[in-house]
Design a protein around this ligand. Structure first.
Ligand code: ADP
Length: 257
């Protein structure tokens, strides 16, 4: 595996009190820098802008209004990048910001520009930190169940950049036979080769107070990955250094292959 896309969800980046989880961000920075130093190319797809914006304004619930969410994303995105920049710099790693919208990726011309930029960054050993540009698009905010907290964006990025592996970090150990928060008999599915209607039924609805995508959008991302004969691992991001274990080939989380 030489090119990896890592997607980290809001729940892994935020404490439940609405503050950024600096320890998780630090560990993620350390881990991804380690991979680059081993000669791997790494793209980070990071959520958390709205959560960070809520933290800045001291809000504990996500506002319903789309303009408020967009404004929070604008506040939080720069805060988030500042923290990433500081943490990665500690380990000597350079990063960059790539903000995308779905229409940008739908148009062949702009898609090629994005592709060229990311290839150049990777050639320079710089980690692109990708997020949806919430100021100019409401896809993610408006149809959360469709696009969901960057889950599907990360799969699109992994497909377009021909990544060897998409690692999706969430607040849960993997994909279970049912939502473990509701069904105590739910069991971890270690390997899945196909995302069926039955799998989607098991994924239930959306997740946390920060209004993230839930399991359904992760499965849709996995379906996209499998359609392109690529691989995805869904694992718990509580300790982002779990990425090292995944790269070592340990059986962790759910492997979509
Ligand atoms: P993130 O913020 O990391 O993207 P989400 O909260 O959006 O995470 O999605 C993960 C949540 O999906 C889990 O915590 C769980 O409550 C819910 N969920 C629903 N169905 C399942 C399932 N079958 N297996 C695992 N988690 C599930």
């Amino acid at each position: 595996v030489s090119r990896i896309v890592v997607k980290i969800g809001t729940s892994s980046l935020m404490h439940s009190n609405g503050k950024l989880n600096l320890q998780a961000i630090d560990q993620l920075s350390y881990t991804l820098t380690g991979l680059v130093n081993e000669g791997k190319q790494v793209i980070l797809v990071s959520s958390g802008a709205i959560g960070a914006g809520m933290g800045q304004l001291g809000l504990t619930t996500r506002p319903e209004e789309i303009p408020k969410q967009q404004a929070l994303a604008a506040i939080g995105q720069s805060e988030l990048m500042t923290v990433y920049q500081q943490r990665f710099a500690t380990y000597g790693q350079k990063i960059s910001q790539v903000l995308l919208t779905h229409d940008v990726l739908d148009y062949p011309q702009s898609r090629e520009y994005v592709h060229n930029t990311i290839e150049q960054l990777l050639n320079w050993g710089i980690i692109p930190v990708v997020n949806e540009n919430d100021t100019v698009a409401v896809d993610e905010l408006d149809h959360r169940t469709t696009f969901g907290d960057n889950d599907q964006l990360s799969a699109i990025v992994a497909v377009r950049s021909h990544a060897d592996l998409l690692i999706m970090l969430s607040d849960i150990d993997g994909f279970y036979t049912g939502n473990p928060h509701k069904d105590r008999h739910a069991q971890l599915i270690k390997e899945l080769h196909q995302v069926t209607d039955d799998s989607l039924k098991r994924a239930g609805g959306a997740g946390t107070v920060f209004g993230t995508g839930g399991m359904a959008t992760k499965l849709k991302a996995a379906a996209n990955i499998l359609n392109h004969n690529q691989m995805m691992v869904l694992a718990n991001g509580a300790n982002p250094s779990i990425i090292f274990n995944i790269m070592n080939g340990e059986e962790i989380g759910t492997l979509f292959i």
